[in-house]
Design a protein around this ligand. Structure first.
Ligand code: ARG
Length: 585
């Protein structure tokens, strides 16, 4: 964890920070600008880290204190009493360890059970964000990299939405490249009457792309025609526009199948959408003196890179960079987004960093990347096959995403049945739950910056840290509650929670830290932080359940409520990770 309470919007961290704010004012009245530094602690519950830094400020100024531990002691002495804090102690060179009151933790959970889990959502200081994700290219392959982009992007969007940010989910589809010239010409050849073209007639659009590419490379006459076609298309010729729209539509329907299976929603605003604005944007950048001639092309020189950013090709055409600069302009000025997040593999990092720099140079963005409006490239590593090369089929073909999802589903389903879930769930429920859950979870739990080797076996066999295991753990908790025969909604209203056993307290504290975790995952843009949290939650629950009898014990009500709170937080995690659990109450 890496939280700074002063910036955190999380209720418990803020409340604790406020207490230390008061104490800091009393302890060092001559240093009014010191902000409390609070973070979760390895040993206590939280720790305040101000004493050491304070000491280095005040030691030269004739202070009464004899060292950091003495500063820490004073911070403890001056801490206003509160229901939240049970006790404080000094550790190491002067850390103040804070132990929260078990009563207060219990009360917070009781409140959540009554008011709902959404009252635990963090509030980020951003109103509107764009998440630019998935973004495959028309007629080209939608590969595993696009799958990663889709999965990670969807989760980030969900977490931001949960944190009360309005998210514009944007599919920046590559629908405007020069490849359309050859695709359209090839289409005309195969289907002189474009109206009659159907999806089934074209068959596999990727195959279609390959064949037209072959033609393009081998037949100079065709190549010439294809290049003319690009000009006509970009000039707005209706016949060419129509053919273009047809190809896009067929591709779009293919993509939609994948999105539907993953239950991902996003709005297509492809490269072509920004086309009408590009000339003006390049004009604006030119008038600011940013654009220069370079070997016939027009470029922007940005510091720190040894090649310039090309924004107009030597033939006068626009490219990926000019489109991205224009999309950024549009998102900032027309859509009024304060935070724009892009998801692609790390291979595109330079492209993003270059056009971000150009935008800073134009004064569109502040110079640092912490102040809003803010842009972030969320890069991720490559997905590798067992041979440590790009993930491909045995025939060295790109793996079709639908095939991959089918196999993933079959395997998840088999793993669920192995755990006996077919006795709890109907075949439909089993089907619905199995849908690619482990592909998603296995991806999200890795730190996105590292690539990983794709292996179905690994996915389902990672010391219990799999979606199937977590879904099973959740189902087990639900069945504990069900078997009690108690009306849990009634208990929520009247029952009280006590966290007397160490395992109960540890579980309670972990539940409370849900909001901080979501906030951290949002600010670091690392979904694996939430996966780790979810996995530990299941572990804390197991410790609790093997130490504390629930049904039939004297503490039954309290413990059932803890079970219920755990199930609720788990479900919220699943939801944020894009996994849909089936459960019966
Ligand atoms: N279409 C691109 C690709 O497949 C990704 C686009 C990402 N978004 C962007 N604004 N550049 O590699």
């Amino acid at each position: 964890g890496n939280h700074c309470s002063c910036k955190s919007q999380i209720k418990n961290l803020r409340e604790l920070a406020k207490l230390f704010e008061v104490s800091l004012k009393l302890t060092v009245p001559d240093e009014p600008n010191v902000e409390p530094l609070i973070e979760p602690a390895k040993f206590g519950d939280y720790q305040c880290n101000n004493a050491m830094g304070l000491w280095s400020i005040i030691k030269g100024k004739g202070t009464q204190f004899k060292g950091p531990p003495a500063v820490g002691q004073a911070l403890i002495k001056n801490l206003p009493s509160s229901e939240m804090v049970e006790s404080c102690s000094i550790a190491g060179p002067g850390f103040v360890n804070v132990v929260l009151s078990a009563k207060w933790i219990a009360k917070s959970i009781e409140n959540m059970l009554i008011d709902g889990i959404d009252t635990w959502a963090p509030t980020l200081s951003v109103k509107r964000a764009v998440v630019d994700f998935s973004s495959p290219n028309i007629a080209k392959e939608m590969h595993v990299g696009h799958l990663r982009s889709t999965i990670i992007g969807d989760t980030l969007a969900r977490m931001l939405e949960y944190s009360k940010v309005e998210v514009l989910r944007r599919n920046h589809v590559g629908d405007w490249g020069t490849q359309f010239g050859m695709l359209i010409e090839f289409l005309f050849e195969k289907f002189p009457d474009t109206d009659s073209v159907t999806e089934t007639a074209i068959g596999d659009l990727q195959m279609f792309y390959k064949k037209s590419k072959l033609r393009f490379d081998l037949d100079p006459e065709f190549k010439e025609k294809a290049q003319q076609a690009v000009v006509r298309l970009q000039g707005g010729d209706p016949v060419y526009r129509k053919a273009w729209a047809k190809i896009c539509e067929i591709s779009r329907n293919e993509f939609a199948k994948v999105y539907q299976r993953l239950r991902v929603e996003l709005e297509e605003k492809g490269e072509s959408f920004y086309n009408p604005y590009i000339a003006n944007v390049i004009e604006e950048l030119s008038s600011k003196g940013l654009v220069e001639e370079n070997e016939g092309a027009r470029v922007i020189f940005v510091e720190g890179f040894n090649i310039p950013l090309m924004v107009v090709k030597s033939n006068g055409g626009f490219n990926y960079a000019s489109t991205d600069l224009t999309a950024l302009w549009y998102r900032l000025n027309e859509e009024k987004a304060e935070w724009i997040i892009y998801l692609t593999d790390l291979g595109q990092q330079q492209h993003f960093h270059m056009f971000f720099k150009a935008a800073r140079k134009a004064g569109w963005l502040p110079d640092d990347d912490k102040t809003y409006p803010r842009v972030n490239h969320v890069g991720f590593g490559l997905v590798l096959g067992a041979d440590n090369k790009r993930f491909r089929t045995r025939a060295n073909e790109v793996v079709r995403l639908v095939d991959l999802l089918d196999e993933a589903k079959d395997r998840s389903k088999a793993a669920l049945i192995e755990r006996g879930m077919d006795k709890e769930w109907t075949p439909e429920e089993l089907d619905q739950t199995a849908e690619a859950v482990d592909t998603v979870y296995a991806d999200l739990k890795t730190n996105r910056l590292t690539g990983y080797t794709f292996s179905f076996d690994q996915m389902l066999n990672d010391k219990g840290d799999t979606a199937v295991y977590l879904l099973y753990a959740h189902a087990r908790i639900c069945s504990i509650i069900r078997k009690s025969g108690k009306d849990i909604d009634e208990l929520k209203k009247t029952g009280k929670i006590a966290l007397d056993h160490a395992a109960e307290r540890a579980l309670g504290l972990h539940l409370l830290q849900f909001a901080e975790t979501v906030e951290e995952a949002c600010t670091t843009l690392l979904p694996n932080v939430l996966c780790k949290y979810l996995y530990y939650l299941s572990e804390e629950f197991t410790k609790f359940y093997s130490n504390c009898q629930v049904n039939g014990s004297a503490e039954e009500t309290s413990r059932l409520l803890l079970c219920e709170a755990t199930a609720i937080v788990m479900r919220k995690c699943f939801y944020l990770l894009g996994i849909t659990p089936v459960y019966k109450l």
